[in-house]
Write a protein that binds this ligand. Structure first.
Ligand SMILES: Nc1ncnc2c1ncn2[C@@H]1O[C@H](COP(=O)(O)OP(=O)(O)OP(=O)(O)O)[C@@H](O)[C@H]1O
Ligand SMILES: [Mg+2]
Length: 802
């Protein structure tokens, strides 16, 4: 920082903070103890924007926490002036707790520590009117949003089997993450059928959302950004209020979030009172490209924010040397990254255990053997985590854990809040809070059955459309005695009863009834609970239990609200909390983990650490995921995911793969993951090997490669030749040799391509080859698909020459 900056920062600090007292000073100094010089510099930094860019386990999150505590202890900031953005609500709660422990709970509570989504919901609730919403707006999760989009597509006569709400919804989501409005999209879109459908559906979908007084997840950010940019006075209010903005996991921000940060800090045209910005991240851990996250934000930080400073942390405090070497080796094969020199003072530690088993069941059994051994050596179950690439892989692992009686906790999978009965109960609550919420009301209109069938629903909808009413307003009209074409008197009576019941419970809620009471009233008076209780279906019995669980969640929430003295808008706050829970929020904190092994996907494990980590399913087609194997940028993302997985381990890492894995009822031979090829031999100990390897080594087809897509060097005596290297040639359980998708792809004769060739791709359509890199099995074609550039592994890609 130059002198000018430091004077300016100093002046600002005097203005906003109170002078530190000697007691504070001692407290502040204590916060710096045990930090290395770079960490210290990051904690005490003042003035311009700061980027802390560093590899896994180098203390980024710790620095962020200490920096907040330091700002408070030195009096440079009041707690209410701090906004910290974390990647999950859980991480937010933990950070609040840690800061609380460092500077006192009372201070901790006044800070805003939240995810982007939670922070933006708060801003939108404070400014619903300029954002074009009503105060009681609903938040639609993906399922609700797709339901609404499905209604739109059907109304527009789109073939929803071919163009599913899911795929069109994903396109709209991408647009919102890029802050592209419907009218902007229309002026830039292509002429293909999907673009046409998106162009028609996007504005109508938004219109229906607003009519239902609802927002989807992407709107939460986009509407906040739009509201701030259209209302400079409001932006200025937040800039003055939050003098310090801190963002963890900055590598996973998307464009909309980046623009949001600029508004909140005050950069560019709207800047009146720039605050201090601190972001931390690791471009090697960017794993949310599918949600629009872009490494660009971290790479261009210095350009985006004038006077920015970067601090690099290089010492890893989490893992052993062996674990770190493996992680470094795997990630180093990604091209175009800034090389990092991550080191540890902790010594090389135990070797990494590599096991190859016959099947996924054997693999699970093997993990259990290791877990039992660790436990008998004194490790707590809670010190152990098992990771996999996709949720579907958890099943075999769960089965074995259950059989062996090891306590475990599965994070993710079918989430509690996505269960039918929970969604129904929440829809009842939502309809009470927001009488215009079309998706919620239509969900419960005839659940349980009350004689309002499809015909009645269609008639009500038609009436709403004809008079430009929301669905709820049409129900209101019926209740007021208006007649509607096509609605039978009997159905009309039922509608009136239903709507009157909701109105009655709404009155109770508005006069201060607790969330638990309202919920109880709804599921009882609607007959929902009674219906489940009458049922003989055992599944319905567990549905009743789940509703009981929801009721206790609501009770707990009520207690929490009462204690914090917040009594207004409790029901809406409850729904908001529930709408914003993510898988990762189910992971217990360090202290509450004891007593159970944790199972989760690698995505969910980001930011966490465990003494003992198992990474399973290390096979080409599983991890890296099959979908990503033909696209260079997707493969690079899988590699980052592997880096994230490996770097979660503190003491010991176990890597395993299965030689066969069943999918769709068939057993398929699996080749070892290419990521295993990169792990240095001296860091590993080979454990089990498959007893009946189902495919031979094919060193002939494998050559040394520097294209970043190694299939093993085939060096005699190397790790690859004894353990990992192999290509599937046969598929078990199937008469067709080479019938697996992977087998097919590797068995098919390589396409001969040269620049200028026209090709057709299964997913991207027609394109022109602009160049070829490498040769043989590693040959990569660069292809231009109407402006979109892709690098495709010719051997794998579904390409046809035209
Ligand atoms: N100076 C230090 N002295 C001792 N332990 C440290 C120090 N800095 C960090 N640690 C410890 O190292 C571990 C990793 O720190 P932290 O989680 O903050 O890293 P990170 O960079 O945020 O990692 P990730 O990239 O995975 O998010 C934690 O257990 C933390 O307490
Ligand atoms: Mg971290």
């Amino acid at each position: 920082m130059d002198l000018f900056d430091s004077i300016a920062a100093d002046a600002q600090f005097r203005r906003v903070g109170s002078a530190p007292t000697p007691a504070h000073r001692a407290e502040a100094d204590a916060l710096l103890e045990g930090l290395n010089p770079e960490q210290k510099a990051a904690v005490i930094h003042q003035g311009g924007p700061l980027l802390i860019m560093a590899g896994a386990g180098s203390g980024k999150t710790r620095v962020l926490t200490h920096r907040i505590a330091y700002l408070l202890a030195t009096g440079r900031a009041q707690a209410g002036e701090i906004m910290a953005i974390t990647f999950t609500n859980k991480a937010a709660a933990e950070m609040r707790e840690r800061v609380g422990a460092l500077v006192g709970d009372a201070q901790g509570r006044r800070m805003l520590v939240a995810t982007f989504h939670s922070a933006c919901v708060r801003i939108l609730r404070q400014n619903y009117d300029p954002a074009g919403l009503k105060s009681t707006f609903s938040i639609y999760d993906m399922q609700d949003a797709q339901r609404l989009l499905g209604m739109v597509l059907k109304a527009q006569d789109v073939d929803v089997k071919r163009y599913t709400p899911r795929s069109i919804g994903a396109r709209i989501s991408d647009l919102k993450n890029e802050l592209i409005t419907p009218s902007e999209y229309i002026s830039t879109m292509g002429s293909d059928p999907v673009s046409q459908i998106v162009a028609a559906a996007y504005p109508e979908y938004n219109r229906r959302l607003r009519q239902a007084n609802a927002v989807d997840f992407d709107d939460i950010i986009m509407l906040t950004v739009q509201m701030l940019s259209e209302n400079p006075a409001i932006a200025e209010y937040y800039q003055r209020r939050y003098r310090h903005i801190l963002v963890d996991e900055y590598q996973d921000t998307n464009h909309a979030q980046y623009v949001l940060v600029r508004h909140l800090v005050g950069i560019g045209a709207n800047a009146v009172a720039p605050g201090e910005l601190t972001v931390v991240g690791d471009s090697d851990q960017s794993i949310y490209a599918f949600r629009g996250a872009t490494i660009r934000n971290i790479e261009e930080f210095e350009k985006d924010f004038p006077n920015a400073q970067t601090i690099v942390l290089e010492q890893n405090y989490r893992s052993t040397g062996n674990i770190l070497s493996a992680a470094n080796a795997v990630i180093s094969r990604n091209s175009g990254r800034r090389p990092k020199k991550l080191w540890t003072a902790s010594g090389s530690g135990d070797r990494i255990v590599l096991d190859a088993l016959d099947s996924e069941y054997e693999e699970a059994r093997n993990v259990i053997r290791h877990i039992e051994a660790l436990n008998s050596e004194g490790a707590d179950w809670g010190d152990i985590a098992v990771f996999y690439r996709t949720n579907a892989q958890s099943r075999s692992m769960e089965e074995m854990l259950m059989r062996s009686g090891i306590p475990y906790r599965l994070v993710g999978g079918t989430r509690f809040y996505e269960r039918m009965e929970i969604k129904d109960a929440l829809a009842y609550l939502q309809a009470v809070v927001n009488p215009e919420d079309t998706v919620a009301i239509r969900r419960i209109l005839n659940t349980p059955r009350r004689g309002i069938g499809d015909k009645a629903e269609t008639a009500i909808m038609a009436h709403a459309d004809r008079y430009g009413l929301s669905f709820g307003a049409a129900l209101d009209a019926v209740t007021q005695g208006e007649t509607i074409d096509g609605l039978s008197p009997r159905a009309a009576t039922s509608v009136a009863e239903f709507w009157t019941m909701l109105a009655d419970i709404r009155t109770q809620a508005e006069s201060g009834a607790s969330t638990a009471h309202v919920l109880d009233e709804l599921i009882s008076r609607s007959g929902y609970l009674a219906k489940l209780r009458e049922s003989e279906d055992p599944q319905d019995a567990s549905r009743v239990e789940n509703l009981a669980e929801l009721l206790s969640v609501a009770e707990e929430f009520d207690v929490e609200r009462r204690q914090s003295g917040e009594t207004e808008g409790t029901l809406a706050a409850f729904l908001e909390r529930v709408a914003l829970v993510a898988d990762a929020d189910q992971v217990p904190g360090d202290d509450d983990r004891r007593g159970a092994v944790t199972l989760m996907t690698v995505h969910t494990a980001k930011g966490l650490e465990f003494p003992y980590v198992f990474v399973t399913g290390l096979e080409d087609g599983t991890f890296p995921h099959r979908r990503s194997m033909e696209d260079m940028s997707e493969l690079a993302e899988e590699r980052r995911l592997a880096y994230v997985a490996i770097t979660r381990a503190r003491k010991k890492l176990f890597l395993s793969r299965a030689a066969t894995r069943s999918a769709w009822g068939q057993s398929e031979a699996m080749a070892a993951s290419r990521f295993l090829d990169d792990i240095p031999e001296e860091t590993v100990e080979i454990g089990r090997e498959p007893t009946r390897e189902t495919y031979g080594f094919s060193s002939g087809t494998s050559t040394s490669s520097n294209s970043g897509i190694a299939f093993g060097s085939g060096k005699p005596g190397s790790l690859q030749s004894t353990f990992v290297k192999s290509q599937p040639t046969k598929r078990l359980g199937s008469p067709a040799v080479g019938g697996g998708k992977l087998g097919q792809a590797s068995a098919k004769p390589a396409l001969k391509l040269e620049p200028g060739d026209r090709v057709k791709h299964g997913k991207y359509g027609e394109g022109t080859v602009t160049g070829i890199d490498g040769s043989g099995p590693q040959a990569v074609a660069r292809v231009d698909f109407g402006g979109t550039q892709k690098r495709l592994l010719i051997r794998m890609a579904p390409l046809k020459k035209l």
